[in-house]
Design a protein around this ligand. Structure first.
Ligand SMILES: C[S@@+](CC[C@H](N)C(=O)[O-])C[C@H]1O[C@@H](n2cnc3c(N)ncnc32)[C@H](O)[C@@H]1O
Length: 369
């Protein structure tokens, strides 16, 4: 197996040819068997066949994982229970069953809208594994609400429900544009920082748009990616070519490295306090500066963080993440222009629409919404 390589082929076959115990971390986001359209893979198999296939690729990943390695699997609700059981049968140790709760999930008509993905976090060994808590911490309510200096100076470790990573929508700058299931790089960065160390090897057996390998390269890990599709593999290579190892980057002449800026914005998302409330809160800023220094390896002070937040907020458009309810109310143009149409829709929905003579009768909820 060559490091820093994207292989095109079937993971199960390819991994069989590698020596056992050669990677430190596996992140796998397989097709969910929900009929999604990929260019080479058919995502609609009989359940038994899909579960059997999952067993094969999970066994292949487990074999190449080091004795102290970690194995994360992102999977939908339909098969998460099967994969958890396969993990147990393979002797993997479940450390967390993480819920990635995202916004911009698909709207549904006749069931609750899908708004989360499961991430199973396994290790080979229940005792020996890497978990870099210092690289994950962020200000807790004890800092943001109570300004309590007795709380941990780096903040708290995230919960197992993650809601600070929006899905990568079509309009996002991050969107690579050639794959429909692109995961957010910040989410992969959390996993890689948590469960690997600089220079270690991260494997993604279903590399897709290349999120895992891009995140690994930026933070100074070696990477290996595999995908069935020659197109996805080629585009991933192109995406990687535009990314540098920024693990040793340091600020120069007033400018922050892009990785540090992304990490600051992620800390802001994690803190979930709007900037106008955060800037006067010295305690929370102190924790952000300390936590950012851990993640980047560069000593940032409160003044640096304050100045960078102010700079980012002043940019147009600003890259500052939107937090729930931090957008000041402004009347939107379409609210006035579309208002009458909307009123008519609501009236029809309430059953006071056009009389039956129009030939339409009353519209049902199904037709209107
Ligand atoms: C859900 S996508 C992964 C998306 C990825 N996490 C990202 O952020 O872009 C699953 C990928 O697995 C690939 N795939 C399916 N079967 C495979 C196999 N046997 N070996 C390698 N790749 C496979 C598909 O082509 C698809 O790109």
């Amino acid at each position: 197996m060559r490091h820093n390589t994207i292989y095109c082929g079937d993971s199960i076959e390819l991994l069989k040819s590698w020596s056992a115990g050669c990677v430190d971390l596996v992140f796998a986001d397989p097709p969910f068997n929900i009929g999604y359209v990929y260019d080479k893979y058919h995502d609609d198999r009989p359940d038994e066949e899909y579960v059997g296939w999952s067993r094969q690729w999970m066994a292949a990943c487990r074999r190449v994982l080091k004795a102290d390695g970690s194995f994360y699997i992102a999977i939908g609700a339909e098969f998460v229970a099967d994969l958890r059981i396969i993990g147990r049968e393979l002797g993997l140790h479940l450390r967390n069953w993480i819920i990635w709760r995202y916004t911009f999930g698909q709207n549904m008509r006749n069931k609750f809208c899908r708004a989360h993905t499961h991430i199973l976090y396994f290790t080979q060994d229940p005792q020996r594994f890497t978990f870099n808590d210092r690289l994950l911490r962020f200000p807790s309510a004890r800092h943001t609400e109570y300004q309590d200096l007795r709380a941990h100076p780096l903040g708290r470790v995230p919960d197992d429900v993650w809601d600070e990573f929006p899905r990568v929508c079509g309009t996002f700058k991050e969107r690579a544009g050639f794959h429909g299931c692109q995961m957010p790089a910040a989410l992969l960065q959390r996993i890689i920082l948590a469960s690997s160390n600089p220079g270690e090897i991260v494997l993604d057996p279903f590399v897709g748009s290349g999120t895992t390998v891009v995140a690994a390269k930026r933070v100074g890990r070696k990477y290996v990616g595999v995908d069935l599709s020659p197109d996805y593999a080629k585009h991933t290579e192109e995406r990687l070519a535009g990314v540098a190892d920024e693990s040793a980057a340091r600020p120069g002449a007033g400018a922050w490295p892009a990785l540090h800026e992304d990490m600051l914005l992620q800390l802001y998302r994690e803190t979930k306090v709007a900037l106008h409330n955060l800037l006067p809160n010295e305690v929370a800023l102190r924790v952000i500066a300390a936590s950012l220094s851990e993640r980047t390896g560069h000593g940032y002070e409160v003044a640096d963080v304050r100045a960078e937040f102010a700079r980012l907020a002043a940019l147009a458009p600003s890259p500052m993440p939107k937090l729930p309810n931090d957008t000041p109310f402004a009347a939107r143009h379409h609210a006035t222009t579309e208002g009458k149409r909307y009123d008519r829709k609501v009236q029809r929905y309430r059953g006071r629409g056009k009389p039956a003579a129009s030939g339409q009768g009353e519209l049902s909820l199904r037709q209107v919404v």
